[in-house]
Ligand binder design. Structure first.
Ligand SMILES: Nc1ncnc2c1ncn2[C@@H]1O[C@H](COP(=O)(O)OP(=O)(O)O)[C@@H](O)[C@H]1O
Ligand SMILES: [Mg+2]
Length: 403
């Protein structure tokens, strides 16, 4: 367990529909436990799952319906009692928690948002958003204030006086999210929160979640059966099948190195990226300077644009290197005037014909976006990481989904 892990799950299993004794006996069958559980008449919903969730990450659990996603997350706050294994939350084994501690855990530290979120129709949106704070022993006024703040975070400020039935499905889900945010949980668990929404609204909700995440860096466990959604929002994705963890990694890792045929088949949709090239997704280079520019000027401009570095271009349009803030500051301080003295080699180039799947793993590894160069090694564009992820997700969307 690393210093920043919030949740550690060790060898977690859940058997439904068998007595605890029968279940344990079937689990002892090791490799054959799935069959043993089945033969005894039970359901092995989760099979020996182990993983850790780091602080501040958006951790996606992805798999088809029935793969055990909901059961896993319900064991994390013990709405479902594990048959075997452990869940360590912030250093504490929740298996040993007394009922009172567990209630605290669910009320204060782990917020939940579901696909079908029940709002109270006879209460205002503000009161609905404040609902999770009821048992906190704080004044009604403060509860409503915090609800208003949470509504603002999800883009519903000034709508607090409305009633839920005036709201569309997407807006209702925002109220659900606001209710969870109002309690300011350490961990937010979201079980297919957007699955019932139509595609456009769903996209907007994903964008909003990413914006929220930029600002607040919560630890989020997000469940989805939709690979595109997983790719778009996940820092890491855990793929489940038949209760087992099949693969855990970043979207890029999973696409470029699927753990087995199943994952490969699943992500083959995304492999449309074979036909998508750097040229198709590049943008004009915006962080560039000429070798003739003065370091202080370039530094000021870099600071303003908040980039990590600037591509320095010579008279023929070739890349000389990348000027970094650090190098520029040094030059400015020591009175150096040649921008060539301020560059480092920290960049990668591809041609405009390179397919995305060949370079997606390279994006994000450097202080500047990937450079696209033509045959003459002139800089013709850059590919920011967000562009690549977006292109991958969009390409996948154009392919029929697995059922
Ligand atoms: N309370 C339960 N009793 C019996 N079987 C269950 C129960 N909950 C889930 N299951 C079974 O466990 C498996 C995993 O279910 P679930 O965790 O809901 O999957 P997912 O969320 O990925 O769709 C399924 O086969 C499901 O039918
Ligand atoms: Mg589910």
């Amino acid at each position: 367990m690393s210093a920043t892990s919030v949740i550690e799950v060790r060898n977690l299993s859940k058997v439904f529909d068998l007595s605890p004794d029968q279940a344990r006996k079937a689990l002892d069958a090791g490799e054959d436990r799935a069959q043993a559980v089945r033969e005894a008449g039970g359901v092995l919903a989760v099979n020996n799952a182990s993983f850790t969730v780091e602080s501040g990450e958006l951790f996606v659990i992805m798999g088809l319906s029935g793969s055990g996603k909901s059961t896993v997350i319900r064991m994390i706050n013990r709405l479902v009692e594990p048959t075997a294994g452990e869940v360590i939350y912030d250093g504490t084994d929740i298996g040993g928690m007394a009922p009172q501690q567990l209630r605290e855990l669910r009320n204060k530290r782990i917020g939940m948002v579901f696909q079908h979120f029940a709002l109270f129709p006879h209460r205002t949106v503000r009161e609905n958003a404040a609902y999770g704070l009821k048992t906190r022993g704080i004044s009604r006024r403060e509860r409503l204030e915090r609800a208003d703040q949470a509504l603002e975070q999800v883009g519903l400020s000034h709508r607090g006086d409305a009633y839920p039935d005036e709201f569309s499905g997407g807006m209702k889900q925002r109220v659900g999210l606001a209710r969870a945010l109002a309690t300011d949980p350490d961990v937010l668990i979201m079980d297919e929160p957007f699955s019932a929404l139509d595609p456009l609204i769903r996209r907007a909700m994903q964008e909003q979640l990413l914006e929220l995440q930029e600002k607040f860096r919560k630890t989020i466990l997000f469940v989805t059966h939709d690979l595109n959604e997983a790719m778009r929002i996940g820092d890491r994705i855990m793929v489940m099948k038949d209760g087992e963890v099949i693969q855990l990694g970043t979207g890029q890792e999973i696409i470029s190195h699927p753990a087995n045929d199943y994952v490969e088949d699943f992500v083959s949709d995304v492999d449309r990226t074979r036909s998508l090239t750097a040229g198709a997704v590049m943008q004009s280079p915006w962080l560039t300077a000429s070798v003739d520019d003065q370091p202080p000027k370039v530094l000021a401009w870099l600071n303003k644009s908040r980039g990590g570095g600037v591509y320095v271009i010579d008279g023929e349009g070739h890349i000389v290197g990348v000027a970094t803030g650090e190098r520029l500051s040094e030059a400015a301080a020591s009175g150096k005037t040649d921008l060539r003295d301020c560059v480092v080699d920290d960049f990668m180039t591809v041609s405009d014909e390179t397919p995305i799947n060949e370079f997606c793993h390279l994006t994000g590894g450097h202080i500047v976006p990937l450079a696209v160069v033509d045959g003459d090694k002139q800089l013709i564009g850059v590919v920011p990481r967000a562009k690549v992820l977006h292109a991958i997700a969009t390409a996948a969307e154009e392919t029929p989904q697995h059922a």
